[in-house]
Design a protein around this ligand. Structure first.
Ligand SMILES: *Cc1c(COP(=O)(O)O)cnc(C)c1O
Length: 352
């Protein structure tokens, strides 16, 4: 049967109003990629998969929730959507709004958004406003604007975003035949960890699919859920999780606790190393998206998580193409050589 997006596939399991008018780009249905090579590097004896959410239509998992939020807004006749964004929400909101013929206004923190994300929002025709402030300031502003004007808020404070994002948990259970033993993922504003836990619990009630333990991973310079209080000036190269006061923080802590999992913080260096390690096995993700794998590697290496005989899924939330600069900045510029066979042979086969 043709695939028609997450609302067609799993909408009956989402709490959406009857007026919802499906707006889709056929998001979801992302691959669950086996990672035997990476598992072997970590000692082997377990199954490891990457759920590659960077293969959604706008390059991040945000599309799963955005199809639900924009479909609901379109169904009640909204003419505009607004969001605060570290980038991926902006690109996704812009794409779905354009699909629905609605205005999209996105507010982003000044100078802190990765190139591929800003370009996406612009390409889909969003009205992009930078503020001299943080993501948290931007979120404050869009909440106030949506309360004062008929403009639909599509940040993950919007409950329909979480409903749509549950679809990834359903897909994982359907692909594996059950929930994995562990689920590892990055945590920023904490909507995603919240919706995975909602989704797994719902599927377990319906189909006895079991429940994963959840390992949430923040970046050290932006780890309010690990240190126990908001971070006023969050700092990390992982722009997608550079959030000091997560809107769904309470729910995230609850998901970790109820699942018998935990939320930990990893350094930028360790996360970038995990990004390279993933790429060395063919999966290039943006820095924040490597946080889940980074936390898993750390927990296994320090003996805090015994993977033996387990089935582990790491969520890679966004595509590497979103943030090309982080790679090109660190890499040497390719050499320019004469266009001769001799020069090529020397470069490829000669002493290095
Ligand atoms: C939004 C985002 C996150 C964080 O998700 P939350 O729901 O805010 O915790 C992580 N990675 C990427 C690529 C994102 O776009």
């Amino acid at each position: 049967m043709a695939y028609n997006g997450v609302l067609a596939q799993y909408g009956h399991l989402m709490d959406l109003p009857a007026h919802t008018l499906p707006i889709t780009l056929l998001e979801g249905n992302t691959p669950l990629i086996p990672m035997p090579g990476l598992a072997a590097e970590l000692g082997g004896g377990f199954e490891l998969y990457v759920k590659f959410e960077g293969l959604n239509p706008t390059g991040s998992f945000k599309d799963r929730g955005m199809t639900a939020a924009v479909s609901e807004a379109a169904g009640r006749g909204a003419k505009a959507v607004i969001c605060a964004s570290t980038g991926n929400t902006a690109a996704s909101a812009a794409a779905y709004a354009s699909r629905a013929g609605m205005r999209a206004v996105v507010i982003i923190p000044d100078g802190k958004v990765a190139t591929g994300k800003l370009a996406g929002a612009m390409a889909y025709g969003a009205e992009v406003i930078q503020i001299k402030g943080s993501f948290d300031d931007a979120l404050n502003l869009v909440v106030q604007i949506s309360q004062r004007h008929p403009i639909a808020l599509v940040n993950s404070l919007n409950p329909y975003r979480l409903e749509g994002q549950k679809s990834s948990a359903f897909e994982i259970c359907d692909t594996l035949g059950a929930a994995p033993d562990w689920l590892c993922l990055p945590v920023g504003n904490a909507g995603n960890i919240t919706s995975y836990w909602m989704g797994f619990r719902q599927y377990n009630t319906l189909k006895q699919s079991g429940l994963p333990r959840i390992l949430g991973v923040q970046a050290e310079g932006s780890a309010p859920l690990v240190i126990g209080h908001p971070v006023e000036h969050p700092e990390t190269v992982c722009t997608a999780i550079r959030i000091g006061k997560p809107a769904r923080g309470e729910e995230a802590l609850q998901a970790a606790e109820e699942s018998n999992g935990r939320i930990i913080a990893m350094s930028d260096d360790a996360i970038l190393a995990a990004q390279r390690q993933l790429a060395s096995h063919g999966v290039w993700v943006e820095p924040a998206s490597a946080a889940g794998v980074c936390g898993l590697v750390h927990q296994i290496r320090t003996g805090q998580l015994d993977p033996k005989g387990k089935r582990i899924v790491a969520i890679c939330t966004g595509h590497g193409l979103k943030d090309p600069d982080i790679i090109t900045r660190q890499a040497a510029t390719p050499r320019a050589l004469p266009a001769t066979l001799a020069a090529m042979e020397e470069a490829i086969l000669g002493e290095r």
